[in-house]
Design a protein around this ligand. Structure first.
Ligand code: SF4
Ligand SMILES: [Zn+2]
Length: 100
């Protein structure tokens, strides 16, 4: 049986180092949840517009459209927590993996 604390971290955004995003505070994402893009594992929730209020706690991946990722199951992220960081000038899910 899976550990409850592990289950709680499935698809959770554990760290994001994209500090210029309005949802980012001390390398933690405070968006209500995030969406990850289609052809490329970008964080589509990234914004520099004013957001208020910033959600407390870590969000989950709401929808992931990167269907070739090994953690993608029917557009749900099943990774045991994800990391988001810069790729060039934008934010990417670094937990993205292909293959099995
Ligand atoms: S780039 Fe995405 S994961 Fe990072 S703080 Fe912004 S909304 Fe959250
Ligand atoms: Zn990228």
């Amino acid at each position: 049986m899976a550990q409850p604390e592990q289950q709680m971290e499935i698809g959770r955004v554990l760290t994001c180092t994209v500090n210029e995003c309005s949802y980012n505070k001390n390398n933690v994402c405070h968006a209500p949840d995030i969406n990850v893009g289609e052809m490329h594992p970008t964080c589509d929730t990234f914004t520099q517009e004013a957001v208020s209020p910033i959600a407390q706690g870590m969000p989950d991946v709401s929808v992931c459209n990167v269907t070739e990722c090994r953690f993608n199951l029917n557009n749900d992220c099943t990774a045991p927590g994800i990391t988001v960081a810069h790729h060039s000038e934008h934010a990417d899910c670094l937990t993205y993996r292909t293959g099995v």
